[in-house]
Design a protein around this ligand. Sequence first.
Ligand SMILES: *Cc1c(COP(=O)(O)O)cnc(C)c1O
Length: 347
Amino acid sequence: MKPVDLRSDTVTQPTPGMRAAMAAAPLGDDVFGDDPSVNALQEQVAGLLGFEAALFVPTGTQGNLCGILSHCQRGDEYIVGQMQHAYRWEGGGAAVFGSVQPQPLEHEPDGSLALAAIEAAIKPDDPHFARTRLLALENTLGGKLLPFDYLQRATALARSKGLATHLDGARLFNASVAQAAHVGSDPRTEARRIAGLFDSVSVCFSKGLGAPVGSALCGSKDLVARARRIRKMAGGAMRQSGVLAAAAAYALEQQVDRLADDHALARRLADGLQGIEGLQVEPPQTNILFVDLVGPARERSAELLPYLQRQGVLATGLYRLRFVTHLDVDAAGVDRAIAAIRSFFHA
Ligand SMILES: *Cc1c(COP(=O)(O)O)cnc(C)c1O
């Protein structure tokens, strides 16, 4: 039987419909700017999120790199959260390639960065200090939806201090689907409202949206022109990349609303693990579930993932397990995962 792969929402396979869209995509050479499928995707995502322009990039990492380096020069700094991808999980790219220093801050329990901490981290204009230029946030962050009124206040604070703002929206549509459910709106409207607070936004097509490859960086025409130079330097200017852009366009059209299913499956998994002794289940807000091993269960933590793997269930973590739901997981798979974990704990 195929394993239930809960390691990440990046593991999805393109659906038959997506493969058909890729096969049928008209192609050009995007370095000459004449790949019609790339151009169409860039217009589609910019229009959807309310920006002048967008740039198709191979990865979310490169989207963040192009974003940060389009806002910042050598010797500038960006304020960022300790657990944000653009600080912790990108090999220090902005510092390595751009000589842009991160100013990481601790997160509040809800994933936000305290406004007072942001304000205190903004350096005065003094030759001792790097020039604070940018506030970078992430939504969702570890599956947490940052409250919209918080995003409004944080971006307003940044603007009032002359900082630009960037959103790592790798999972922006998970955020917008969850937010839409709370406020009784629709996911596209909410994605546009969230994105509209920022000067630039990067979104991943290869996470919950289910495309095999690709991200987009959105911003003003000027910002995207700068980002295009950086993408070239980073080796991310691709040729017949319309074959990939077509998958992303298909995902935006067909696979946004279904993220609600992933969120429901994460809740189903959380409910099924509730009450097992030794497990502390964090109620999931979107498609990522964290479960902490507590008490004597911690002593068996190293055995758990290999055991689950033998049962055909894949996850990550050690004392803090991470389960991610996505397009290629269904209720039966979630129930198999619950049963396997229960059997490990004899629960
Ligand atoms: C996955 C991810 C990225 C980077 O995406 P890659 O395509 O793997 O480089 C950036 N930010 C967040 C929040 C992510 O989850």
